[in-house]
Design a protein around this ligand. Structure first.
Ligand code: AMP
Length: 180
């Protein structure tokens, strides 16, 4: 899976993820991917590993979720020779948008996509850095389906398995490279 770099195992990749306790608020252990991004071999291996299950998936577009999803998803799109579509926070996209509101631990948040970004039957891969509770990815799946797209898969660098985010993505093909 990681054959083309000197990083051979996901445990090696894991060693580049840094835990930051109590960020951004008390009780959260933030998975900081910046040490991985800084290392050429690890960054390359991580992007390859995210793309690998979908190499033959005939993906038309990779969707990245603002903000950290924007770092990884264009590189995955490049490897799949697919286009890149941004899903952004409220008020950032300039043309007509489809918006979805979804529940956070406290309160709610909103994500937007251009209404003309996804066409009927387009084959879509959704990519983000971390799968936690799954609420964000679930919201993006709903946006894609509303526009008529087909979600071929949902891929993450990191999955926090203990938060059971997969349960919100039950009917989906979900892949993660590193699990905790
Ligand atoms: P969720 O909707 O709960 O699956 O949260 C996913 C989003 O929140 C992702 O876009 C992540 O970037 C971010 N996130 C959630 N928990 C963490 C964490 N422990 N470390 C880093 N990012 C996180």
């Amino acid at each position: 899976m990681l054959a083309k770099t000197s990083i051979k195992t996901t445990d090696q990749l894991k060693s580049f993820i840094r835990d930051i306790p109590n960020f951004p608020k008390p009780g959260i252990v933030f998975k900081d991917i910046t040490p991985l991004l800084k290392d050429g071999q690890a960054f390359n291996a991580a992007c390859q590993a995210i793309a690998e299950p979908f190499l033959n998936g005939k993906i038309d577009h990779v969707i990245g979720i603002e903000s950290r999803g924007f770092i990884l998803s264009p590189l995955v799109a490049y490897q799949l020779k697919a286009g890149f579509i941004p899903v952004r926070k409220k008020g950032k996209l300039p043309a007509r948008v489809e918006r979805i509101s979804y529940a956070l631990e406290y309160g709610e948040d909103h994500l937007e996509i251009h209404t003309d970004a996804v066409g009927k039957g387009h084959r879509i891969l959704i990519v983000d850095d971390v799968l936690a509770t799954g609420g964000t990815a679930e919201a993006v799946v709903k946006l894609v389906k509303k526009l008529g797209g087909e979600v071929v898969g949902v891929a993450f660098l990191i999955e926090l398995s203990f938060l059971k985010g997969r349960e919100k993505l039950k009917s989906m093909d979900v892949h993660s490279v590193i699990q905790y």
